[in-house]
Write a protein of this length. Sequence first.
Length: 386
Amino acid sequence: GVIYEIGVKGRKGKREERVGLPKPNGAPGISSREGQSYGSESDSQIAGAQELHVPGSLARMPRSRPVSGAIPCGRLRGLSVGQVGVCRARGEVMESVRRAAEMVIEECQHQFRNRRWNCSTTPRGVNVFGRVMTQGTREAAFVHALSSAAVAVAVTRGCSRGELERCGCDRKVRGVSPEGRTLPRLVSLCMYLSENLLSGFQWSGCSDNLSYGVAFSQTFVDEPERAKGLSQGRPIMNIHNNEAGRKAILHNMQVECKCHGVSGSCELRTCWKVMPPFRRVGAVLKERFDGATEVKPPAARDLVYLAPSPDFCRLDPDNGIPGTAGRRCNGTSRLAPDGCELVCCGPGFRAGRAEVVQRCSCKFSWCCSVRCQQCKNTVLIHTCKE
């Protein structure tokens, strides 16, 4: 996993160098005019509102209130003109987009929970993660990829659950698997299992219709970048990272199976394709974020960026950076990502004791739950100095 800087800095300042990035496949975007956005009921914005193109006003709406038909598309803050057109034409999908926006914040904060930049959110400005998202940094590359993947996952889940009228399960995954056609018929089932020959199966069930989710993500998430034109460095960067996020799903698809037969003998298996857990997608993209910067053309699944990241050490309200003062850190390790020297930008941290409530004396209760008591313990904690 590698992340590449595609900006070049010379003596007289920085210039953007266009690199050969693969074009994403799939549905074309909808044409729009640049630089237009719309207000919403909420002033707060989240992942991709203006910059990431995942409308922030959707994520803060109550879960019990579906997006489709609830708020006119033109009032959803952060949508480009083309995205407003998609919203009006396919309003039922916008609830899935709202879920995707929530997924981005939750997963980003999990993956970076021990880093200086921990995906902290701000109610000010255009983007929930602050203006650092507008600077073409590695962090922006990660959030773009994660946002694109989240939209694809959320829409695909909506298809599988029957929530969307225009899609359902993947009907292309049908019939006997190629391995299943070549299995010998006269060998006992036990020999199959002992020699690992039971590789054939019948495709059935509800396979995730990822092609529909990916196509919608390409149309909706990539649209503002295509509207700007692919002659500029930033749209090239964003579209490449959007596609890298979708590929993180495609390259980690899984097969789930169910056995059929007498007493579960597995004489017949039916299988279906499922998406990886979104936590796995986030971990894959985090690995790309942490990759070394090698001097070679980036691959399709690598992340690319244009500008160096700030250090995130000091409070910078204008850019939505809260700093690390008061952050909890790991005082027992110097080199760990959550070590106090790294998180606190030097040896500026203090130790103290705090009382925490933890689960204890857990017992299994038939059937089928685990019951625990709540115990108070005093633990040593370390926090960054003000």
